[in-house]
Ligand binder design. Structure first.
Ligand code: HEC
Length: 131
């Protein structure tokens, strides 16, 4: 390969790498929001079981898991330019705060029911805006 050819090969190769990475990273971000949402759905199903069969430790674990998922989702959209991304980041941050506020204190069944209803109202509010 001549020097000129090699540099042509390298710039073509770099372009291909950038394209392939770009295509791989876009859907990966979307896929991981999907998996966080799936985890929130599973957690909501567990929450219903805990309402039926209440214990404080499980109730706190559920709120902690919502908080962790919501923080991860908020981080995914933080620092991105668009109005939608900014709103998603702030809604997920709010959800994390709601869940976190109740994840630490020992919960009664009534307190858990109230916290769960606050959380699921935030799910519904965001879904009606974006889904
Ligand atoms: C800040 C916005 C926001 C909040 C809050 C939110 N979601 Fe979502 N949710 C979305 C968006 C956007 C999608 C569409 C994701 C996609 O298809 O890529 C979605 C999709 C989903 C899905 C479908 C996932 C799939 O496999 O297609 C489920 C289930 C779900 N959310 C559950 C929940 C639950 C449960 C909560 C509350 C604990 C919640 N979400 C809170 C924005 C939100």
């Amino acid at each position: 390969m001549t020097k000129a050819n090699r540099s042509k090969f390298c710039s073509t190769y770099s372009l291909v790498v950038v394209l392939v990475l770009g295509c791989a990273v876009g859907p990966a971000l979307a896929a991981s929001l999907k998996s966080l949402m799936g985890d929130m759905r599973d957690n909501t199903n567990s929450a219903k079981d805990v309402l039926t069969n209440f214990d404080t430790a499980s109730a706190n674990r559920i709120m902690e898991r919502y908080a962790v998922d919501a923080r991860a989702a908020s981080d995914m959209f933080t620092g991105q330019g668009g109005a939608k991304e900014k709103d998603l980041a702030s809604r997920f941050k709010q959800l994390a705060a709601t869940a976190n506020a109740t994840s630490q204190a020992p919960m009664t069944k009534a307190g858990f029911r109230k916290a769960l209803s606050d959380v699921t109202n935030e799910c519904k509010s965001c879904h009606s805006a974006y889904n």
